[in-house]
Ligand binder design. Structure first.
Ligand code: SAM
Length: 490
């Protein structure tokens, strides 16, 4: 009597790919919509869907699990789908193959014998003869895929990266290289599979053609939605233990609720008493101080609103009521509050724009100007000039490059909690001379905007760090360069 088996008892390596990853992989093809495409083990059909979304019309799929196959058949009627063992099927050539092959260790391959897959049978197939004895099932899948790829065809495959460090991986790479070239190697961390991902994975883009070029290597992190560039440089221990909150506080600048009403208001009268200077953009600041800043003006009204401004306010009030926007001002009007009155902010200290495009810089707000909410106001708890030096050096800039979030196109956003994560060297260990020199350098930086002074501050602070001056400069520059060259998938 034949042994009774059920597919659900078997380990078929069923780990399904996240939809966004599948789409990203399919986007790596440089083939046209009429190309013949194959997914050799389609599972729940995530790659079939990704290919369909890109307009591929000629798609074939294999899946050994009949239950899965039945489910998918009804969803993808235009595809040619087969409930068969891919490894033993006789197939024509394909222009493109996309897959997440089953990850099954060599000792467990015979567990698939009820479905006709055994290690012996595989070893007897000439195309697998050179694979190491301990090859994982995914290696068989990749070799078979290469065999049925047409000359110049493309294979996009995702699989665990453990082979990169394993001894059998060397032979495996050699076998891929016999007829093909690896064009891209994308190392991915994060949860790329629907079930618990046990290992980090990589995506290879392989072309069946011999090309004399090294693969392009990328390191990406999958945050569940999109792939973002992973920082190559890991955070170093600077040996600093003085937290930000001990030396400063940070708060956001002034929010108007509607800049069109309050910033440089289009008044028909001249009422200078109602206008307060305000800094609205980092672009208006040159260097490290606000002394030559290009100011804007903020409509600032007290209890008594001059008659000449009433008309301006009334027309805006009408607009806000009609459009019910902006919501915050509309609600204030409904609550019969003086919606036009803004609370000014205590601004003495250092200001910092949290969208960084190029250089990071903390700016001395000489005249305690009001600033808009695209700045943070850093208020010192220690000498302002000492804090200014602690902020304007490559140790701090390095930490911000590490903590900030990259938005592609070179943009770095620093949240308040990123700022509050900064650590400084323990200033209680500084001798008087060091403090004097740092304060002096701060004054020079404010007066001259000379970037060389940032180097001098960094050099001085390096005496109190585990990371030397040259190293911090190098690491910071590398991070910054990486950011500026960033091409995130946002
Ligand atoms: C890692 S899963 C990937 C499924 C799907 N492509 C995805 O990425 O979500 C591998 C699939 O291969 C199927 N499979 C295992 N051995 C197979 C074989 N010899 N021929 C065809 N499919 C097989 C499994 O049932 C499973 O659905």
């Amino acid at each position: 009597m034949d042994a009774v088996f059920t597919i659900s008892d078997m380990d078929l390596g069923q780990v399904f790919t996240n939809r966004n990853i599948a789409r990203f992989m399919a986007s790596l093809f440089t083939l046209d919509a009429n190309a013949t495409m194959l997914d050799p083990c389609f599972g729940t059909g995530v790659f079939l869907e990704a290919l369909d979304s890109l307009g591929f019309k000629n798609v074939t799929g294999y899946e050994i699990d009949s239950t899965l196959c039945d489910e998918v058949l009804s969803k993808f009627k235009k595809c040619k789908l087969y409930n068969e063992d891919f490894l033993s099927s006789q197939l024509n050539h394909f222009d493109g193959i996309i897959m997440n092959p089953p990850y099954i260790r060599q000792e467990k391959i015979d567990g698939l014998s009820p479905l006709g897959v055994t290690k012996n049978k595989l070893r007897n197939n000439i195309i697998f003869s050179e694979l190491p004895q301990n090859a994982n099932l995914y290696m068989y899948f990749i070799l078979k895929a290469i065999t049925i790829l047409r000359e110049g065809g493309e294979l996009i495959v995702i699989f665990p990266n453990t082979w990169l460090k394993a001894r059998n991986g060397v032979k495996f790479r050699e076998l891929i290289g016999a007829e093909c070239s690896i064009l891209q190697q994308i190392n991915i961390t994060g949860k790329v599979f629907e079930k618990n991902a046990l290992v980090d994975v990589l995506i290879l883009k392989i072309k069946k053609e011999k090309i004399c070029a090294e693969p392009i290597i990328q390191n990406l992190f999958f945050d569940g939605q999109k792939l973002v560039k992973k920082k190559l440089i890991h955070e170093m221990d600077l040996g600093f233990n003085l937290p930000f909150f001990k030396v400063a506080t940070a708060k956001r600048g002034l929010t108007t609720g509607c800049n069109a009403i309050f910033i440089n208001p289009a008044l028909t009268c001249n009422e200078p008493s109602c206008l307060t200077p305000i800094i609205t953009s980092p672009k208006s600041i040159k260097g490290f101080s606000t002394k030559d800043v290009k100011l804007d003006y903020l409509l600032t009204l007290n209890q008594d609103v001059p008659n000449s401004i009433l008309e301006y306010l009334n027309s805006w009030e009408e607009k806000i009521i009609n459009t019910q926007s902006p919501k915050t001002l509309y609600n204030k009007i409904l609550d019969k509050k003086a919606w036009y009155r803004l609370r000014l902010i205590q601004n003495e200290g250092i200001i910092f724009s949290y969208f960084i495009r190029n250089e990071i810089r903390f700016i001395y707000n000489n005249s305690s100007y009001q600033v808009r909410d695209n700045f943070y106001i850093v208020k010192p708890k220690i000498s302002g000039l000492l804090l200014f030096a602690l902020l304007n050096n490559y140790y701090t800039f390095y930490q911000l490059e590490c903590y900030g979030k990259r938005y592609g196109a070179g943009l770095l956003k620093i949240q308040r909690y990123d700022l509050e994560r900064i650590n400084f060297p323990d200033i209680s260990c500084f001798d008087d001379n060091a403090i004097y020199q740092l304060e002096n350098l701060s004054m020079q930086l404010i007066a001259t905007n000379d970037l060389e002074i940032v180097n001098s501050i960094t050099q001085l602070i390096s005496q109190y760090s585990l990371i030397g001056y040259k190293d911090i400069l190098e690491q910071y520059s590398a991070l910054k360069k990486e950011r500026l060259e960033d091409k995130n998938y946002d």
